[in-house]
Design a protein around this ligand. Structure first.
Ligand code: NAX
Length: 326
């Protein structure tokens, strides 16, 4: 057995965490030989509910769960953390527009960035799930100047997984046969699902499903999938969001498949015309040592380039709302 990893999960009494915590503690992210200490951060009014979650974790008798910390203090929550899932966020309420939501969350993520900077382990790696995820990740990164920038990522893996699954369903294939699908940009409805280099088995995906289906059915369905789940379930995606967070960190830590890539929102290096200074979703490969590379050298069509410009502009506008916190 390895020494335990300290894994921080914020929003630990919320609905995504209710799936995420149990699967981390079961070994779905770091493997069956890696013990975990869960450091669960919540706001004070949710500490009672968090006690209940901790009781259930205990009642699972999970051999890899070597300890739990329950706290409403960010410095305690990130103390010595090796990995952090930033799930907790201020929810969008009736009458709030996107910039209100960004402003409300900015305070949370600047505090957490500072706590990561001063208290986390030197190998800390961060995934931001709480919305607006890309801009929250930017705020967190900007408030943790001593941590290398490439350690901060945001989640577009749910959009990626939804795209893979819908495509496989249309083609009558297994999800494992879908390779090299990309979701570019922001985790919002400006994101750009791209099949230019995507294969289903040995066939180019666009040849299998047709360009008309791609633009008329696929793109709008993926953009509206979150809202469709809310309409059907009466609550936003939770188990699938937790699963996507697990896939993101699993692949970052343990490596992506050969001849494939995944969509990760990472600090933009300006590739493909994406603006620098934002957290942007790119096709990425991970060798399995906690690093990633943005896939380079892809030739893109004009429609995808226009989509990258639009989603990049949205991220720049979000950044402008929180400029004083960066
Ligand atoms: P819930 O409202 O069920 O849970 C959020 C939890 O965060 C609550 O228990 C709340 O008390 C806690 N919280 C709030 N402020 C906190 C703070 N400062 N420190 C610690 N905890 C805090 O939401 P849930 O359904 O779990 O969703 C969490 C976030 O994920 C939301 O922002 C949501 O919009 C976002 N999502 C992001 C997705 C993505 O693909 N990037 C997809 C799923 C999800 O919509």
């Amino acid at each position: 057995m390895n020494a335990p990893l300290k894994v921080t999960v914020t929003g630990a009494a919320g609905q995504i965490a209710y799936s995420l915590l149990f699967r981390i503690a079961k070994g779905d992210v770091f493997g069956p030989k890696q013990p975990i200490i869960l450091q669960m951060l919540e706001i004070t009014p949710a500490m009672g509910a968090l006690e209940g979650v901790a009781m259930e974790l205990q009642d699972c008798a999970l051999p890899l769960l070597h300890g739990m910390v329950l706290t409403d203090d960010a410095n305690t929550g990130f103390d010595g953390a090796n990995w952090a899932f930033l799930v907790g966020a201020f929810p969008r309420k009736a009458g709030m527009d996107r910039s209100d939501l960004i402003g409300k969350n900015a305070g949370i993520f600047s505090v957490q960035g500072k706590a990561i900077n001063s208290r986390a382990a030197s190998d800390i790696r961060v995934l931001v799930v709480g919305n607006p995820a890309n801009t929250n990740a930017l705020i967190t990164m900007s408030n943790a100047p001593d941590v290398p920038r490439e350690r901060f990522t945001a989640m577009t893996r749910l959009d990626h997984n939804r795209s893979v699954s819908m495509l496989a369903g249309k083609a009558g294939a297994n999800v494992a046969d879908v390779r090299q699908l990309t979701v570019w940009g922001n985790h919002s409805n400006t994101m750009v699902p791209d099949l230019t280099y995507c294969y289903i088995g040995r066939q180019k995906a666009l040849n299998a499903v047709g360009k008309r289906w791609y633009s008329k059915e696929f793109v709008p369905t993926i953009a509206g999938r979150g809202a469709a789940v809310i309409k059907a379930r009466g609550a936003s995606s939770a188990a699938s969001a937790a699963n996507a967070a697990i896939d993101h960190v699993h692949d970052w830590a343990q490596g992506t498949r050969k001849n494939d890539w995944v969509s990760m929102s990472v600090p933009s290096d300006g590739s493909y015309g994406a603006p620098e200074g934002v957290i942007f979703s790119f096709p990425c490969t991970c060798p399995g040592d906690g690093t990633y590379q943005i896939v380079q050298g892809l030739e893109l069509g004009e429609d995808i380039k226009a989509g990258i410009k639009a989603t990049g502009d949205e991220l720049l506008a979000e950044r402008a709302v929180v400029a004083e916190l960066l």
